[in-house]
Write a protein that binds this ligand. Structure first.
Ligand code: BGC
Ligand code: CA
Ligand code: CA
Length: 239
């Protein structure tokens, strides 16, 4: 076994977080795996059976997409986007959701003190992704009502697989210690109170070298949300 140093931040390969200990000397999960592989595996497999099942609630209302926090947002419960998917624990955020007959709207406030968009890969730039499955089917693939929508802190939009409905809109603004994104996702069919959709939020955190150092999620603990909808959380359309 080869270790590329002792502490993640001190390694000459620090950009890939290759060590057994975090910068603050705390052991990473990997340290326990090396210490006692059998015990680690039995525990880890047990843990894996527990599926995270976070539910968000959207309130009824139509905001103006201008990166200003309209009164409509005030009644919305906030959900936390803080499940760290990579070894490094970087930017996190809070998300709120609104809906009306034709759109699902999201407002995401991200805490990130170093903003960077120099990577040619949109997902390595400081950005937010929303995953929405309008039928909550929890499939291992994307079908025609599933979408991956990304907006970086500077307002650049990019998309994975998305439904063909026109009308996506977004607005962004830098705020104290981070940035804010407000966006509108057009729906395929008329939304109604009580509907449940598949839903996740991902925050990509770029370091000042333009490389993604962390991914934070609302629910899905994998980096597979862009190919599979099965581990996304859910969203209830409430009044
Ligand atoms: C993932 C990347 C992936 C990209 C594709 C992102 O959500 O984090 O790993 O390559 O989607 O669009
Ligand atoms: Ca679907
Ligand atoms: Ca950043």
């Amino acid at each position: 076994m080869t270790f590329w140093g002792y502490l993640d931040n001190k390694s000459w390969r620090a950009e890939s977080f290759p060590c057994l200990f975090n910068a603050d000397y705390t052991p990473k999960l990997a340290a326990y795996a090396v210490l006692d592989p059998d015990k680690f595996l039995s525990y880890y497999q047990m843990e894996e059976e527990v599926t995270v099942n976070n539910k968000a609630q959207a309130k009824y209302g139509t905001p103006v997409i201008d990166a200003e926090v309209d009164a409509a947002w005030e009644s919305c419960p906030e959900v936390s986007v803080s499940n760290q998917v990579m070894a490094w624990e970087g930017a996190t955020g809070k998300a709120r959701v609104l809906w009306d007959e034709a759109f699902v709207y999201a407002l995401i406030e991200v805490k990130d003190s170093v903003l960077n968009r120099q990577s040619s890969n949109a997902y390595e730039q400081d950005s937010v992704e929303i995953f929405l499955d309008q039928n909550n089917e929890k499939n291992g693939f994307y079908d025609e009502n599933d979408g991956q929508y990304r907006v970086n802190y500077f307002g650049a939009e990019s998309f994975g697989t998305v439904p063909t409905t026109p009308g996506f809109a977004s607005a962004t603004k830098e705020i104290d210690g981070g940035y804010l994104i407000e966006l509108a996702i057009p729906l395929l069919t008329t939304a109604k109170e009580g509907m449940i959709m598949g839903f996740d939020v991902q925050i990509n955190d770029s370091n000042n070298g333009g490389m993604r150092q962390s991914i934070a999620k609302f629910n899905d603990m994998t980096d597979n949300s862009w190919t599979s909808t099965d581990k996304w959380g859910s969203l209830e359309l409430a009044k």
